[in-house]
Design a protein around this ligand. Structure first.
Ligand SMILES: CC(C)(COP(=O)(O)OP(=O)(O)OC[C@H]1O[C@@H](n2cnc3c(N)ncnc32)[C@H](O)[C@@H]1OP(=O)(O)O)[C@@H](O)C(=O)NCCC(=O)NCCS
Length: 173
């Protein structure tokens, strides 16, 4: 597993979290219970810190970074889809950032906010609770597309998937 200290900065990973062996976790990264991190994702806490709340997931191929001024904080019960780049953002509880999005420094997603697939949120964007940000550059509107029950479904499925991977994943090469 590629989990690195950087000087005195060391990841803190809850024993009930799942970090896939092909994910890379560096420095001050804090991962909560039943959270999961999937293959080819890089979490680099070299300036500032990255926090992943309980039951949240960061799916395959994501890049998550932070700065001293802007840590990246993902609340509980939230999901970051495949191939997402997040840099110094605060993401609340019950949020979803869908595939291929870019979320830049100082951005805030309130609890239950969503980012649609392929969106770009520039510096200091703000997505209110119950809203979705869509497009490039992203525009925000009430989320009538993908409600909180669907976000919870994604979160639950990844909590269960992590249990399966912990029990059944075997490397064959
Ligand atoms: C936002 C999303 C849910 C689609 O919503 P939707 O309401 O079904 O979208 P519709 O196809 O009805 O389109 C509604 C409008 O939004 C636009 N739209 C839909 N998805 C969009 C996107 N990702 N980016 C920009 N615009 C989008 C459509 O072009 C349409 O615009 P119009 O009204 O001007 O014609 C989908 O794009 C998305 O991001 N899904 C995420 C899925 C996901 O992450 N699942 C979990 C994986 S683990």
């Amino acid at each position: 597993m590629a989990i690195y200290a950087l000087g005195e900065l060391e990841p803190t990973i809850h024993p009930d979290a799942y970090v896939h062996p092909d994910a890379t976790v560096i420095g001050d990264v804090r991962i909560g219970a039943h959270a999961s991190v999937w293959p080819q994702t890089v979490l680099r806490g070299d300036n500032g810190y990255i926090e992943l709340g309980e039951r949240s997931n960061i799916q395959d191929g994501c890049v998550v970074h932070c700065t001293r001024k802007d840590p990246t904080i993902l609340g509980a019960d939230s999901a970051i889809g495949h191939s997402v780049h997040v840099e110094g953002a605060r993401i609340g509880t019950g949020c979803l950032i869908a595939s291929g999005s870019v979320v830049l420094n100082g951005t805030v997603l309130e609890d239950g906010a969503m980012v649609g697939a392929g969106a770009v949120l520039s510096y200091n964007s703000h997505v209110p609770s119950g809203h979705i940000a869509l497009g490039v550059p992203a525009k925000t509107r009430p989320n009538t597309s993908f409600g909180p029950e669907k976000i919870a479904g994604v979160v639950d499925s990844y909590v269960e998937r992590a249990k399966r991977f912990r029990a059944e994943l075997r490397r064959l090469d």
